[in-house]
Ligand binder design. Structure first.
Ligand code: SF4
Length: 305
């Protein structure tokens, strides 16, 4: 049975997401229609539909613009392309015992500046991509690389996947996650009922470290301006950090993936989820179950399962 409080909270989250990606107008909720809908679902448990709506509503208008009505009139969830791929047989299994709390005592700080429309986002990203292609901040990486790997995908995504750095296949093609690890990431994305084109995929450093070593801290700091600018343009609702390097770089922490998994963190007003890198999952297939648990945490929060 649908939980009205969860449904209304998810509608509110979607309304915030639409506003963040530049949708400037949403229809105003019709209170009579909302009441009729509430009656239709015959809310379970204690309390009236009105009480349920009160519980689900944001505590104040601070988290949503006054013109946005996170109620029955909000449009349905963003349609996503279906796909049959699955990470492992445990898809759809029982919920993991994870916290749904955001790991921040403070309210989310909004991304600075205005949220751009999609064509302006694409233009800004193209500009940064050109800068990256000419970048020589890291002496070793800029000499070793074949191509820089800026990132690709939906410029108004609900989800951005944030990896470590290009490998050999990515260095040759100039595209993120196209090797074996990329194929597994594509399956993970498809298991979430997204197509690759629905999400944005990017890395912490844009040049391949030699012999696939981890990027050095100085290289990460050199590239920070680029990945931060990307995220500021994209403003995804969720950022999925793939592995230790991206998680530690984004969240400025020294904690392990094991300590960071299982709850949401905050990066401006994006919710950040940390899970294992697909390369790690290829070497340790037993960890796929845990990675799928992580993705399900996001899917449930996003109202997509
Ligand atoms: S890794 Fe980033 S900062 Fe370093 S050379 Fe490449 S693009 Fe420039």
């Amino acid at each position: 049975m649908l939980d009205p409080a969860v449904t209304l909270a998810q509608a509110g989250g979607l309304a915030e997401h639409l506003q963040r990606i530049g949708v400037q107008w949403l229809p105003t909720a019709d209170p009579d229609a909302a009441a009729a809908l509430a009656e239709h679902f015959r809310f379970a448990g204690s309390g009236s539909p009105d009480q349920a709506a009160d519980q689900a509503a944001p505590p104040s208008s601070a988290s949503a613009p006054p013109s946005v009505q996170p109620a029955a009139a909000a449009p349905p969830a963003t349609p996503v392309a279906g796909a049959s791929g699955a990470v492992q047989p445990s898809v759809g299994g029982p919920a993991p015992a994870f916290s749904l709390e955001v790991d921040s005592a403070d309210p989310a700080e909004p991304y600075p500046g205005p949220s751009l429309a999609s064509d302006a986002r694409a233009a800004e990203l193209a500009k940064f991509s050109e800068q990256v292609a000419a970048c020589t901040r890291c002496e070793i990486l800029s000499k070793c690389r074949t191509k820089t790997v800026f990132g690709e995908g939906n410029v108004s995504p609900r989800v951005a996947f944030f990896g470590e750095g290009p490998g050999r296949d990515e260095d040759l093609s100039g595209r993120p996650f196209v090797g074996k690890a990329g194929q597994l990431l594509t399956k993970m994305i498809q298991a979430c009922k997204f197509a690759r084109e629905d999400v944005y995929i990017m890395n912490t450093v844009k040049c391949r470290p030699p012999n696939n070593r981890n990027p050095e801290p100085t290289e990460i700091e050199n590239c920070r301006e680029y990945f931060q600018a990307q995220l500021e343009i994209l403003r995804p609702e969720y950022i999925v950090c793939l592995g230790l390097v991206s998680a530690q770089a984004l969240l400025r922490t020294k904690l392990s993936v094991g300590r960071l998994r299982g709850k949401f963190h905050q990066y401006f007003d994006s919710k950040v989820l940390v899970t294992y890198h697909p390369s790690y999952l290829l070497r340790n297939p037993a960890a796929k179950k845990a990675a799928w648990d992580d993705l399900q945490l996001m899917l449930r929060d996003a109202g997509l399962m």
